[in-house]
Design a binder for this molecule. Structure first.
Ligand code: GDP
Ligand code: ADP
Ligand code: 5GP
Length: 214
């Protein structure tokens, strides 16, 4: 998709983009981070896949029909969208722009294709890739989660190899072996993002002024 690129100073909030193969622990880590940090808001994606057991429209995802999704693509309502595991997923402009314009940080759990599109559109997005500690553990996490059929698990494992081949394009890599360690690492990335010059210049404008620096 073609985009205007927003410069680092265009929005006061940060965009934290987290990608991982299915089962690596992305959703668990992002959920735990949000419980610890009230200043991070999730971006709720649209998807054409069906809701799983406890999922609620507007909470985990906005569930859309193929034609509703098409209409949003036509209307240029997405900042990014991609085909993932045979379905379409996308981040609407509405899901992120208002929040970052207000200065909130927004976290996106999206696939690698979407992550790379976000980087094109938002110069200050930080891209984090979560890796599982190994293939056997990835498979057993998908099985233990118990949300997907055997065929879907096989497809997700096959896609995992394709997704992980793009890890070098990301800014940070977190290996989710010990959950608490991985959560600590993710918190560190968010914290570092808030210490960037542009963010500090804005958040601590009075200090910069009193020091007579621009
Ligand atoms: P999970 O992999 O088990 O977390 O399963 P999900 O159904 O929640 O996510 C399916 C895929 O869609 C994952 O690779 C997500 O990263 C990706 N995804 C979720 N939201 C978005 C989005 O807004 N945009 C894009 N491009 N991908 C997304
Ligand atoms: P994703 O969102 O990447 O698909 P989930 O967050 O749903 O992954 O995690 C997949 C499964 O693995 C879940 O059952 C979760 O509880 C479990 N899990 C996540 N992180 C770890 C970890 N560090 N050690 C063991 N199990 C984990
Ligand atoms: P699930 O179907 O298990 O909820 O998600 C499967 C994959 O789709 C995950 O890897 C998730 O990150 C990705 N995904 C979810 N929402 C989006 C989105 O809006 N855009 C993109 N590109 N990928 C998404």
């Amino acid at each position: 998709m073609a985009h205007d690129t927003h410069r680092p100073m265009d929005y006061p909030g940060n965009l934290i983009v987290v990608a991982a193969p299915s089962g690596a622990g992305k959703s668990s880590l992002v959920k735990a981070l949000q419980e610890l940090d009230a200043h991070i808001h999730p971006s709720i994606s649209h998807t054409t896949r069906a809701p799983r057991g406890q999922e609620k429209h507007g909470r985990e995802y906005f569930f859309a029909s193929e034609s509703e999704f098409d209409a949003m693509v036509q209307a240029q309502a997405f900042v990014e969208w991609a085909h993932v595991h045979g379905k379409r997923y996308g981040t609407s402009k509405k899901a992120i722009e208002e929040r970052i314009a207000q200065g909130s940080d927004v976290i996106l759990e999206i696939d690698f294709q979407g992550a790379l599109q976000i980087r094109q559109a938002f110069a200050n997005a930080v891209l984090v890739f979560i890796l599982p500690p190994g293939w056997d553990e990835l498979r057993s996490r998908l099985e233990r989660r118990g949300e997907d059929s055997a065929e879907v698990i096989e497809m997700r494992l096959k896609n995992a190899a394709i997704e992980m081949a793009h890890v070098s394009k990301f800014d940070f890599v977190i290996i989710n072996e010990l959950f608490e360690r991985a959560l600590f690492d993710l918190k560190a990335v968010v914290h570092a993002q808030r210490l960037k010059y542009a963010a500090q210049r804005r958040a601590r404008a009075d200090t910069f002024e009193s020091l007579h620096i621009s």
